[in-house]
Ligand binder design. Structure first.
Ligand code: ATP
Length: 398
């Protein structure tokens, strides 16, 4: 199928949902999903992503705001009058009908008799041409989900909504189906809006990901941008893992910011700071575990100049096959995570070993510090950390 349906962007304008008198599941939200893109709503259970999807589908009435598809305001239209179809986690196929008839269902309901060509096209699209005569129970979970996608797409919706469609599949099949769904979306060119709590799934498929937290979109962007430049601690840790280190700004000049953390000076690009830092500001410096290199302290002289670096001690090492995960205690932070690919393993890097962590300053990002809850314990005073048995590091020592 090469036809691109006429339509337009999905636009949510000030849309919100309050249940009862006081519980707000979705706070007023403005969001545009460009036509023909794969868009993911990503977040933990209860963050409001399904409610948002259901408001697009017409299955939930928004408390405020509007849903627009292209120029059409569909806010008051019932689900079946919207040019939208939904695929749910439960495939909801008709067990007594063949795969062919399951896919033909939407056309037959609209009184279309000659369905053979379109059903064949759909079967080809989801690569189930040989399964037309089977019944759903004779297919695997992944195959049944492909039938559900074909059954929705045969109606030529302007937008396909997918509510955790791969949630019932085992991990390996889920990874295969992610590629499959991405291929199908690219081929049909229809807007897909996908709801998932699985960050890898969102990143593998979506052109744009909206990370939701507590009924709000915390950050929206393409997967690389979200991963490389998270703007909040929630996003930094919901998409993968981040080491977040308490630091204080020393200076910012020429597009570069210098901060101190645990007595060490670190540098980072000014445009990777969530807000423009001023001297004396506290912030959280972030670095992804896979961006950090680790050397034994005896080899500290091999670390190239210009790198951000820390001295530390190996607290734990876990061999994970493709990589080894180290936890490092340092004056700047405890249990900093480092992932080292298992190419040539340094067998000296065992618990207790003195090490130097180093990374490209360009990979560092900075976030505003988390607001302190009044009940939170006071931060430890510098120098009271009992773990690191290393000399205080500076930007060029170690
Ligand atoms: P999950 O991944 O678990 O489905 P979600 O992010 O999709 O979570 P929603 O289903 O959108 O979350 O629900 C958001 C919040 O709204 C949750 O706290 C949920 O309990 C609440 N909620 C959802 N539906 C209703 C309802 N009909 N009445 C009251 N509260 C509801």
């Amino acid at each position: 199928m090469t036809e691109t349906p006429a339509g337009g962007d999905v636009r949510l304008v000030g849309i919100s949902k309050t249940y009862g008198t006081s519980f707000t599941a979705v706070h007023p939200l403005d969001l545009t999903v460009p036509q023909g893109t794969f868009f993911a709503l990503l977040g933990a259970s209860g963050c409001g992503k399904t409610t948002t999807l259901r408001m697009i589908a017409g299955l939930e009435d928004p408390t405020t705001g509007s849903v627009l598809l292209g120029d059409q305001d569909v806010t008051r239209l019932p689900p079946h009058k919207r040019p939208v179809n939904t695929v749910f986690q439960s495939y909801a196929l008709f067990p007594h009908l063949t795969i062919h008839e399951n896919i033909a269902f939407g056309l037959r309901r609209r009184g279309i008799r000659s369905v053979g060509k379109q059903v064949a096209e759909m079967l080809d699209l989801v690569q189930l041409g040989d399964f037309a005569r089977r019944r759903p129970h004779q297919l695997s979970g992944g195959q049944q989900q492909r039938v559900a996608v074909a059954r929705a797409l045969i109606n030529h919706p302007q937008v396909l909504l997918l509510d955790e469609p791969l949630g019932a599949l085992d991990l390996k099949l889920r990874r295969q189906m992610q590629l499959e769904l991405k291929r199908i979306q690219t081929e049909v060119g229809i807007t897909f809006v996908h709801v998932t709590h699985d960050q890898e799934e969102a990143m593998a498929m979506a052109d744009t990901v909206a990370v939701m937290n507590g009924g709000r979109v915390e950050q929206l962007g393409d997967p690389t941008e979200l991963y490389e430049t998270p703007r909040t601690a929630f996003v930094a840790n919901f998409l993968g893992t981040s080491n977040l280190i308490d630091a204080e700004t020393v200076s910012g000049a020429g597009g570069e910011v210098a901060v101190t953390a645990g007595g060490t000076v670190l540098r980072l690009p000014a445009d990777r700071c969530a807000t423009a830092p001023r001297s004396g500001d506290r912030l959280l410096v972030g670095i992804r575990p896979e961006k950090i290199s680790l050397v034994h302290a005896d080899d500290a002289a091999t670390v190239p100049t210009g790198r951000n670096r820390f001295a530390g001690t190996v607290a734990a090492a876990s061999f994970l096959g493709v990589s080894t995960q180290y936890l490092i205690d340092s004056p700047a932070g405890r249990k900093l995570e480092v992932y080292v690919q298992n190419i040539e393993r340094d067998t000296r890097l065992t618990p207790g070993a003195p090490v130097v962590l180093h990374w490209n300053p360009a990979h560092t990002f900075a976030l505003d510090p988390e607001p302190q809850s009044p009940d939170a314990p006071a931060p430890e005073a510098p120098g009271t950390d009992p773990a690191p048995q290393v000399p205080a590091a500076t930007g060029d020592s170690a």
